[in-house]
Write a protein that binds this ligand. Sequence first.
Ligand code: PLP
Ligand code: LYS
Length: 416
Amino acid sequence: MDYFAYKNEQLFAENVALEDIAKKFGTPCYVYSKSTIERHWHAFNNAAGNQPHLICYAVKANSNLAVLNVMAKLGSGFDIVSGGELSRVLKAGGDPSKVVFSGVGKTPEEIAFGLEQGIKCFNVESRSELARINQVAESLGKKAPISIRVNPDVDAKTHPYISTGLKDNKFGVEREQAIEIYQYASSLPFLNVVGIDCHIGSQLTDIAPFVDALDILLALIDELAEHGIQIKHLDVGGGLGVTYDDEEPPHPDQYTQAIAQRLAGREELMLIFEPGRAIMANAGVLLTKVEFLKQGAEKNFAIIDAAMNDLLRPALYSAWQNIIPLNAALPREKAIYDVVGPICETGDFLGKNRELAIAPEDYLAVRSAGAYGFAMASNYNSRCRAAEILVDDEAVHLVRKRETVEQLFENEFIPR
Ligand SMILES: Cc1ncc(COP(=O)(O)O)c(C=O)c1O
Ligand SMILES: N[C@@H](CCCC[NH3+])C(=O)O
């Protein structure tokens, strides 16, 4: 069942007409479907079979407290990349003992915060980070659980900006150096080596690179065992793609099964997944209103009230996201439009060459906007960030108010 679907030519989220939300809360606004989040999360969680496993949702994809709370209630773990994200997880009712902390630049304060909260593991990205974590742990009289992010050097075949598992990326440590770095970690008295992890990129539409990376990590786990280093958990990262247009990525359950099956005979190894996009992208839409239609010499433009500051993916990655009317019954003539925002940048578009039957004041939905949508929003051009709404069957919850102009400059001062 699709939780964003037309009923009598009106686009719905679960059992609420999106046009009613647009009129009540204004546009631009993000709308998320609670059932979709739950269904996607369960698809990962149910497919791992008997392999002990933990789903650590990648908070960066969408960190709204209500979204995190939906997953916390399911018993989810979380993958975080900052102290700010850890605070959000705690505030949303998440269990810190199910938190893994990724990222190349953890500060001493962030490491201390993670240790004090008793997180499950630090996913360490360099030798110098090991030394820093050891030092902070010593100062707190604690032992820090660590995993090392190994860069398996496989080509994820995705957009270069979101490919992370190649040798020339800033992430993780090289496979050739992994054993030596693990030995160094084992020698540090305030570290407890518990895991190994990788993350090769985002929006992958094929299982093969995941399995290639997994095989490299499994071989490393065996090699580490020969050196007396026992790995208790294997974290395969996130990265599973979704359908924005005509991509056909494997379903979360196919992907999870393929990974779990590869671990046959290693029932003692805990498997961790860090999905972000695959849970959230198609659980959300961005609602926007047409302000003007403009005929240029070569092109037609639909100028809408959402912009690159609300949804950066088209401008940053030339990403394609479907744009559809909320009311498909309106009598309109079709034309081809570039769908653009009000920001003073040529790159400010949400779609190019889209066939739409629209008029000013009509509402549109940008689909697949639940991941890396609001999370990457900014205040560029002093635009207030959008409202966020969570739909649960027939219930509509405002889960983030639209920002106000006063909030835009509340931290600023004019010197005397
Ligand atoms: C370490 C790590 N884990 C998980 C994710 C989530 O990725 P995705 O949203 O593609 O599942 C990311 C982002 O790409 C990441 O950097
Ligand atoms: N923000 C990116 C994905 C990067 C994932 C972060 N590691 C996107 O919108 O597709």
